[in-house]
Design a protein around this ligand. Structure first.
Ligand code: SAJ
Length: 445
């Protein structure tokens, strides 16, 4: 036990004095902001990134994450507190290693932990006594204890909680959120032995205002997957309501706006063209998959995913109904889609419902164009489409304008005044002072 306390005391002192060297594996929208926060307070941070272009951009302080202030990245890179490298050679010298790699889904909605497993094996080869390893990637309960721990222990011969320390602390990044950042977002930390929990909690407390310890890594993993399931299910609920309101010829936006006047016991969610991003459409299926091991069917998750995945097709059908009202066939229709990104004021168009809508429109032979101020180019059906300049001529010559992503910087009042017909899938137009003539052009989801 005294051996462990020596390692623990040394590591605690290094963390307290911020002389600990920190590795961050994966410099994406989670890893890079985390690395900058640690470097800002004086930790020496090594970013381990498999994409050479990204590593080079970090070392040139060429920022590619909109949630990071350019001058902060520049400051920590130029002062030598943050350096990116390819490969894992630095691992043996590090005191703390934080893993922030993707946890995607396979084509049939099953977890793909190949990144986590691959990184864990590389770390295991270089693991030494006195190190802390934490996993931040969103995953099913059991990944840290049942996948990572055996690899780390068997490869190194070291024991968790005695020689090295292992914890799970799920990332809680809301891309584009200007109010909640890495530093002021409460952080859950869980570990399956008390010493690992103690050291991981002290590590996170160095740069995060409020840390929430839980009793195990599994509990911490489940907290995050629950958070995203909560959103997926509630978004699906309002999407289902939109589908029903369409049948009942009721305005779902009016109903939800009125329901949200209730001062308690409700939370605003709104329908849309579907659910995008690399979290909400994906993470709940990690829990759905794991639950089957316990002969348990998480029906809410499956149903939410099914409803949310139906929305792009619903948008396409509504678009054809709008065009049909003016006698235009899909294959002859000039359709302008506003927004390719998965949600407003972001450039990320991966897993974007707008892309699914455009794909369906192309399959129906529509003459498609798009405009997105954040996304200059997209690839779809093997074609490359460029974002078109949003000119009055483009608006006036389009048979239908679909608002798929409600980027704040667009002038929707002007857009509607110039368009022939508008399908607003984000309800943005409902807040505008439109003339009766313009109001008549707009169909809401
Ligand atoms: N969406 C709706 N209706 C809504 C809310 C969202 O259609 O009422 C759509 C959005 O347009 C988007 C998708 O759902 O396409 C996901 O939006 P989101 O903001 O829920 O998800 P992300 O992936 O941008 O960020 C989320 C975090 N969001 C918030 O907490 C507000 C959070 O769930 C996670 O911390 C984060 O993903 C993550 O990394 O897990």
């Amino acid at each position: 036990m005294e051996m462990t306390l020596d390692f623990l005391d040394q590591l605690k002192e290094k963390i307290r004095s911020r002389s600990a060297s920190v590795g961050v594996v994966g410099l994406g929208y989670v890893g890079l902001p985390f690395a900058v926060e640690k470097a800002k307070v004086g930790f020496r941070v090594i970013g381990i990134e498999q994409n050479p272009a990204r590593a080079e951009r970090v070392n040139l302080a060429d920022n590619y994450i909109s949630d990071i202030k350019d001058e902060e990245l520049k400051q920590v890179v130029e002062s030598g507190y943050l350096q990116a490298m390819i490969g894992f050679d630095a691992v043996a010298e590090l005191d703390v290693i934080v893993i922030c790699v993707p946890t995607p889904l396979s084509i049939n909605l099953t977890p793909d932990l190949s990144y986590v497993e691959g990184v864990t094996r590389e770390i295991a080869k270089r693991l030494r006594p006195g190190q802390l390893v934490t996993l931040e990637s969103t995953t099913y309960p059991g990944t840290t204890d049942d996948l990572m721990r055996p690899i780390l222990e068997s490869e190194s011969g070291l024991k968790q909680g005695k020689d090295f320390f292992l914890a799970h602390s799920p990332e809680r990044v809301d891309p584009g959120n200007k109010r909640y950042t890495t530093k002021n977002t409460n952080k859950v930390v869980g570990a399956s032995d008390p010493l690992s929990l103690e050291i991981a909690t002290s590590f996170y407390k160095q740069t995060i205002d409020h840390v929430v310890p839980v009793s195990s890594a599994k509990a911490a993993e489940l907290v995050k997957v629950f958070e995203n399931t909560f959103r997926a299910v509630n978004i699906a609920l309002v999407n289902e309501l939109a589908l029903l309101c369409d049948r009942m010829d009721l305005n779902v936006w009016e109903v939800l706006d009125a329901a949200n006047t209730k001062p308690f016991g409700i939370m605003p969610f709104y329908p849309g063209p579907g659910v995008g991003g690399h979290c909400i459409p994906i993470d709940p299926h990690y829990l759905e998959w794991k639950a089957k091991e316990f002969n348990f069917n998480t029906r809410f998750i499956g149903l939410a995913g099914e409803i949310n995945r139906r929305m792009p097709g619903f948008v396409r059908n509504k678009a054809w109904r709008v065009l049909n009202e003016v006698g235009i066939a899909p294959s002859r229709a000039k359709v302008l889609v506003l927004g390719a990104a998965y949600k407003k004021d972001l450039a990320d168009w991966r897993e974007s419902p707008a892309m699914e809508v455009m794909s369906l429109l192309l399959a129906d032979k529509a003459q498609l164009s798009y405009h997105d101020p954040y996304v200059p180019q997209i690839q779809i059906h093997g074609q490359t489409l460029e974002s078109q300049n949003l000119t009055d001529e483009l608006l006036e010559t389009s048979d239908l304008v679909i608002i798929a992503t409600d980027h704040s910087q667009l002038d929707y009042g002007h857009i509607i005044s110039k368009a022939k017909a508008v399908l607003d899938t984000r309800g943005i137009s409902r807040k505008l002072p439109l003339s009766p003539e313009d109001q008549a052009k707009v169909r809401l989801l």
